[in-house]
Design a protein around this ligand. Structure first.
Ligand SMILES: Cc1cc2nc3c(=O)[nH]c(=O)nc-3n(C[C@H](O)[C@H](O)[C@H](O)COP(=O)(O)OP(=O)(O)OC[C@H]3O[C@@H](n4cnc5c(N)ncnc54)[C@H](O)[C@@H]3O)c2cc1C
Length: 392
């Protein structure tokens, strides 16, 4: 089954491309291609302003229902947006977690009051969100969350630690999975709380990554507070909501991501031709293999997206994360081998990495976040192949 774009879709594509070319040509020309993995610290003020510009023009929450301020556009239109955004060199999105994860979660599980309060600032490009799931002893095993929260005087009061929280230092809000039933275990007794980040009970300690940036942080809650009504779903029923959020990861943005991958592969091919690496038979083989992997990803994405009603359950969707993450990590290695000795040289002090060097370093994490490769294989074994659950 193939995904087809109608004449109306193509007209929409032209509208998007024209808007992006115009918007990224003027005062925002400098943010073109900046931000994103390994470059998240770049031009924060400008990228915040860019978020507001996107919001004002109605390019955020395009798939959200119109009654909540979205445009209710079908999946294909969203795919077109992400493709054109990548093609135009749109900057890494600071609002991605709010738009892609928290917003759809509030739409699906939130109260009317939560929808009225939390959705408009995301749509306007004003609110930056981060995701407070992982803890030192709860990563792959998320049900082991130890951060606790209790109701006191009309507010949830939180104690505990999160880790690897992307964008924590820039975020206004965090969605936190916390244990609210004392003595509960595993998936039971957890709640999904919306917590303001700028308050005395929240301490953020950025973690320096091998790229030299600190895209993620440790987050300590020591008496942090949030209003009693800021729980999504019923108190104690947060596991269901937390899993609902994970189901929103990627989806329409997949094809845009593949265009970014294509841009990276194009750059590696260009370098290989320029510096002679393309004459090395082993490098040529690997370049061809990388290109094949990209075609397979595109075919699989088109097949999955053409049946959106089944996408989350379809077996073919289950291989997506494992495939792209492994492919992308190998692409990072290939980039270094194409560069040869130059790959090890950094300019500036302390050092300034090139795009391909950042690619190599950041892609080391692709096979860890959003479900590690080992966890993905376990899921495929259990859910796609019907193997018994792994013993604990
Ligand atoms: C760049 C980056 C950004 C991130 N951003 C966020 C964020 O914004 N918010 C957030 O909450 N978290 C974030 N994370 C955390 C991420 O979700 C976790 O790193 C991930 O879930 C793995 O958990 P862990 O690091 O605790 O490793 P562990 O779960 O301790 O795993 C260690 C190793 O053991 C393997 N392993 C674990 N369990 C099994 C098993 N049952 N079977 C086989 N192998 C297993 C894993 O695959 C891994 O190789 C981010 C991580 C990275 C790298």
């Amino acid at each position: 089954m193939h995904l087809r774009f109608s004449a109306e879709d193509e007209a929409f594509r032209r509208e998007v491309a024209t808007w992006l070319a115009d918007a990224l040509g003027g005062e925002f020309a400098s943010v073109r291609g900046r931000g994103g993995p390994g470059d998240e610290h770049a031009m924060l003020d400008e990228r915040r302003a860019w978020e507001r510009k996107l919001g004002a023009a109605g390019w955020i929450g395009m798939g959200w229902p119109t009654e909540y301020g979205g445009r209710g556009l079908p999946l294909l239109r969203q795919v077109i947006w992400y493709e054109e955004y990548a093609r135009a060199g749109g900057p890494g999105r600071l609002g991605h977690i709010g738009e892609g994860l928290l917003g759809p979660t509030v739409v699906a599980f939130g109260t009317d009051a939560q929808k009225r309060r939390f959705l408009p600032p995301i749509l306007a490009g004003e609110a930056i969100w981060c995701q407070g799931y992982s803890e030192p002893n709860a990563g792959s095993d998320l049900a082991n969350v130890q951060t606790r929260a209790a109701l006191q005087d009309g507010a949830w009061v939180l104690h505990g630690q999160k880790v690897w929280t992307s964008w924590a230092q820039w975020a206004d809000w965090c969605f936190v999975v916390a244990r609210t039933d004392p003595g509960s275990e595993r998936h039971k007794g957890l709640s999904y709380l919306l917590v303001p980040m700028r308050q005395p009970g929240v301490e953020i300690r950025p973690i320096v990554q091998i790229t030299g940036d600190s895209e993620f942080s440790e987050v300590f809650f020591d008496g942090a507070r949030t209003d009693a009504e800021n729980v999504v779903g019923a108190p104690g029923d947060g596991w269901k909501v937390a899993m609902g959020t994970l189901a929103f990861e990627r989806g329409a943005s997949t094809l845009g991501q593949q265009l970014l991958f294509q841009n990276e592969l194009d750059e590696i091919c260009r370098v290989a031709k320029e510096n002679g690496a393309a004459n090395d038979p082993a490098i040529r083989q690997r370049l061809a293999h990388a290109w094949m992997g990209l075609q397979i990803q595109r075919a699989n994405a088109l097949r999955t997206l053409s049946r959106p009603e089944r996408a989350e359950l379809a077996r073919e969707a289950m291989i997506t994360k494992l495939f792209w993450a492994t492919w992308h990590r190998e692409l990072g290695k290939l980039a270094m081998d194409v560069l040869g000795p130059e790959a090890e040289i950094a300019a500036g002090a302390p050092y300034d990495l090139t795009r391909l060097q950042r690619l190599f370093l950041f892609t080391r994490s692709d096979t860890i976040y959003a479900g590690s490769n080992q966890i993905q294989r376990n899921l495929i074994a259990e859910r796609a192949l019907g193997m018994p659950r792994e013993p604990r």
